[in-house]
Design a protein around this ligand. Structure first.
Ligand code: KIV
Length: 294
């Protein structure tokens, strides 16, 4: 493991988070933290605050690009944002979400796309949605040394098939399918598993059975770690706040207030003030005034 100077300085040191380090957390019962980020300044903030995993989620499509769901985001857009996050990340493990259409067609094309995330954008792992049906794909990526985070439950790329952003695994049959999906992705070699919007009891059972860590979002407290979307965490989302998302700041209100103050200051002439203004030196100023009054 590489030891890095802690980005917050002051002599603090911390270790680069790697895939084996994430796996080692589970037997020690140490919780794992994961947040999404889509740009350089957010990555700097999240990384310096000590989050273990930064996920460049395809939620980018909704919270940054303004789409209705995650389906339209492209490989090029995901690569662009992953590069920016990579430049702002020192300590956290960086995972890129493979967008809809980039891994469903055939495993070779999926491998090419996964390699692009690692080679061109600095990702250290990729995330794909789906359980049993992704078995061959996960095997292929893992045998080519690309660590895979799997994602089951509410998988937003299946929004049309699922009929909306709804809690999954509510019936006995659906809960048992989730368990089979979880076992399958672990057997295929995934190093972690996102459980999204499923009942806490089902997540607890999956977490107990698997050796790989589960990272929950709307899956209750028993998961080995928790993930939230950055915009939900800081109150920057414009859609409906999901029941499971805890808001730790209200940046929309705060930023709106800042913009209103700027508008008022410019309108009234109080910005820029003298302290925010550059002036000529007295000698040049004198010559300048004499010249322009000629
Ligand atoms: O795209 C995303 O942000 C995600 C997380 C919510 C897990 O998949």
């Amino acid at each position: 493991m590489t030891t890095l100077p802690h980005p917050q300085g002051a002599g603090r040191e911390t270790r680069k988070v790697t895939v084996p380090a994430i796996l080692a957390r589970k037997p020690r019962g140490e919780k794992i933290t994961c947040l999404t980020a889509y740009d350089y300044p957010t990555a700097r903030l999240v990384d310096a605050a000590g989050v273990d995993i930064i996920l460049v989620g395809d939620s980018l499509a909704m919270v940054v690009l303004g789409h209705e769901n995650t389906l339209p985001v492209t490989m090029e857009e995901m690569l662009h944002h992953t590069r920016a996050v990579h430049r702002g990340t020192q300590r956290a493990l960086l995972i890129a979400d493979m967008p809809f259409g980039s891994y469903q067609l055939d495993p070779n094309q999926a491998l090419v796309n996964a390699i692009r995330f690692v080679k061109e954008a600095g990702a250290e792992a990729v995330k794909i949605e789906g359980g049993e049906k992704r078995l061959d794909l996960i095997l292929k990526l893992v045998e080519n040394d690309i660590p895979v985070m799997a994602h089951i439950g509410l998988t937003p790329q299946s929004i049309h098939a699922l009929g909306g952003f709804k809690l999954q695994g509510k019936t006995l049959a659906a809960a048992e399918q989730l368990l089979r999906d979880a076992r399958a992705v672990e057997a295929a070699g995934a190093f972690s598993l996102v459980l999204e919007s499923i009942p806490a009891e089902v997540a607890e059972q999956i977490t107990r059975e698997l050796k790989i860590p589960t990272i929950g979002i709307g899956a209750g407290p028993a998961c080995d770690g928790q993930v939230l979307v950055w915009h939900d965490l800081v109150g920057l989302s414009f859609g409906v706040q999901p029941k499971f998302a805890r808001r730790y700041a209200d940046l929309r209100a705060e930023l709106g207030q800042a913009v209103r103050r700027f508008v008022a200051d410019v309108t009234t002439g109080s910005f820029p003030a003298e302290a925010e203004t550059n002036r000529l030196s007295p000698e040049v100023r004198e010559r300048w005034l004499a010249r322009s009054s000629r």
